[in-house]
Write a protein that binds this ligand. Structure first.
Ligand code: SF4
Length: 421
C-alpha cells in the first residue's frame, strides 16, 4: 500500500527501496554512493518495482546500465537549466476542471491520478508525480465531468486518460467503469491510455476480467481501446511483457510505442535499432520518438536535437519500411513538432527543418508566435540552428527571435528575427 493506493506488485521506494535495488542490481559501494548523490539532485522520488529491478539484474552490459539510468539519474554534464512542466500541463489546466485538458481539437486529456507505477527520473511530469500522494480522487467523479465536457463538445472523438499511470494500479472494475463510461459517449470512437506497466508489472495486463472487457469493446462497431506502451528500452520487452502484449492484441487492443530519446538510456544507434525491431517483432506500432524534454534537475539526460536526429536516422537506415515509421518529435507547451531534417546536412546542421505534428489550439499560442510562423501541420519552418547547442524547442525559438518558455516557465516574447521564414 502506498498513499492510499494498492499495488499487487512489490514496489521499492525511498531510502530502504534504494538500498534493496542497489543489492539486486549488484552496485559496488562506490556506484551506490555516486548514484545516491545524483538522486539527491533529482526532484523525482525513487521508485521501482522489484520485478523491474530483477529484470535489470538479468541484463548484460550495456543494457544493464542503460536500464539503471531509467531508475536512477546517470552521471553526466548538465548543459543548461531545465524547467518543471515542460509540456505545459499545469498551464493548460482550467481552474474548475483542473483534470481536463483540451489542448488538441479532437482529443480530450483526462488526468486521473498523479501516481505512476514507475518514477522514471527523466519524467516531464516530475512536478505532478512527486506530489503523488496528494489528491487521490474518485475515478467516476472525473469520468462524469469528462462526459459532460464531451457532450458539450461533440467534435471531440477520442479521450486519452493519463496521470501518472492509472491503468497500472486502479482496480480492474474501476478501469472498466471508466473506459465504458467514456466510450458510451456517442461521439467517442477511441479511448487510449499510456502505461509503463507493460514494462514494470506486465502481469497486470493478463487479468482475465480486463481482457474480457476489451474483447467486448472489440465487438462494438466504431469503438476501440488503444494502449500506448511506455517501453523506452528493448530490455524492457521481457517474456512476460510479450505475453501481456499478445494477450492485449488478441482482444483487439492496439498497442503503440512512443519512446523518449534519452541520453544514456537509448540514444545509441544499436539500442534504437533493437528497440524498433522489437516493436515490429511484437506487433507494437512505432508511433513517436520524442527527444528528452528539458526537465529540471536531471538535465544530464539531454541530447542535442541534431545528435538525436542523426542517431535515429542511422537506426532507420538499418530497419525495414514498417519498423521505421516512428516520427521523431520535439514536444513543447506549444505542441508537438516533427524534426524533418537539417540543412545543408545532418552532419553540418546550420538550419533545422521543422513542421508541426500538431500545434495546441490557437487560444493557447502566443500571438507573436502565430504572426511569425505557420501553425498548420502542412507548412514547413526552416530556422537557424547551432550544432550541438540546442536541446529543445525553447533553445531553437529563443535563437530565432520567437516566443519561448524560460527556465521559470514564463513565456518570453523575444525579438523579431530575419531568420524566421
Ligand atoms: S512512465 Fe511516463 S508518467 Fe510514469 S514516470 Fe515514467 S515518464 Fe513519467
Amino acid at each position: 500500500m502506498t498513499g492510499g493506493i494498492t499495488l499487487s506488485v512489490k514496489v521499492l521506494m525511498g531510502k530502504k527501496g534504494f538500498e534493496e535495488f542497489a543489492t539486486i542490481v549488484g552496485f559496488t559501494e562506490a556506484e551506490k554512493e555516486e548514484r545516491g548523490a545524483l538522486l539527491e539532485q533529482s526532484y523525482m522520488p525513487f521508485k521501482v518495482t522489484r520485478y523491474y529491478a530483477e529484470l535489470i539484474a538479468s541484463q548484460s552490459e550495456p543494457y544493464r546500465t542503460q536500464m539503471i539510468n531509467i531508475v536512477l539519474p546517470p552521471p553526466g554534464v548538465k548543459p543548461y537549466k531545465g524547467r518543471f512542466d515542460p509540456y505545459g500541463n499545469k498551464s493548460y489546466r482550467q481552474d474548475e476542471t483542473a483534470f481536463l485538458q483540451h489542448k488538441y481539437k479532437k482529443t480530450l486529456l483526462l488526468h486521473i491520478d498523479d501516481f505512476c507505477i514507475a518514477n522514471c527520473q527523466f519524467c516531464y511530469k516530475v512536478n505532478e508525480i512527486r506530489h503523488e500522494d496528494i489528491g487521490y480522487t474518485n475515478i467516476m467523479d472525473k469520468a462524469e465531468r469528462a462526459v459532460q465536457y464531451l457532450e458539450a463538445h461533440p467534435y471531440i472523438d477520442n479521450v486519452l486518460f493519463t496521470g501518472g499511470d492509472p491503468a497500472s494500479f486502479r482496480k480492474t472494475s474501476d478501469l472498466i467503469k471508466l473506459i465504458s463510461t467514456l466510450l458510451s459517449v456517442k461521439s467517442i470512437r477511441l479511448v487510449r491510455f499510456a502505461t509503463k506497466a507493460l514494462a514494470y508489472d506486465p502481469a497486470r495486463f493478463l487479468d482475465g476480467e480486463l481482457l474480457a472487457f476489451f474483447d467486448q469493446v472489440r465487438q462494438t462497431p466504431g469503438k476501440q481501446v488503444s494502449v500506448i506502451s511506455q517501453f523506452n528500452h528493448p530490455g524492457e520487452i521481457s517474456d512476460v511483457s510479450i505475453q501481456a502484449t499478445q494477450a492485449l492484441l488478441s482482444v483487439g487492443v492496439q498497442i503503440r510505442g512512443q519512446p523518449a530519446i534519452i541520453r544514456g538510456v537509448n540514444d545509441s544507434v544499436e539500442t534504437l535499432i533493437d528497440l524498433q525491431r522489437k516493436f515490429l517483432d511484437n506487433r507494437i506500432i512505432s508511433y513517436y520518438l520524442t527527444v528528452f524534454m528539458p526537465v529540471r534537475g536531471v538535465e544530464q539526460y539531454a541530447i542535442p536535437l541534431d545528435e538525436a536526429f542523426r542517431n535515429v536516422a542511422e537506426s532507420k537506415r538499418n530497419l525495414g519500411g514498417l519498423e521505421k515509421k516512428g516520427v521523431l518529435l520535439t514536444s513543447h507547451d506549444f505542441g508537438k513538432l516533427e524534426i524533418c531534417g537539417f540543412y545543408p546536412t545532418a552532419e553540418r546542421p546550420e538550419k533545422i527543418v521543422l513542421k508541426w505534428h500538431q500545434a495546441v489550439g490557437p487560444d493557447y499560442l502566443p500571438e507573436r508566435l502565430k504572426e511569425l510562423i505557420p501553425t498548420r501541420s502542412e507548412d514547413l519552418m526552416i530556422l537557424d540552428y547551432k550544432q550541438g547547442e540546442m536541446y529543445c524547442l525553447d533553445h531553437v525559438f529563443e535563437h530565432n527571435g520567437l516566443p519561448y518558455v524560460n527556465a521559470d516557465g514564463e513565456i518570453v516574447e523575444n525579438l523579431p528575427s530575419e531568420a524566421v521564414r
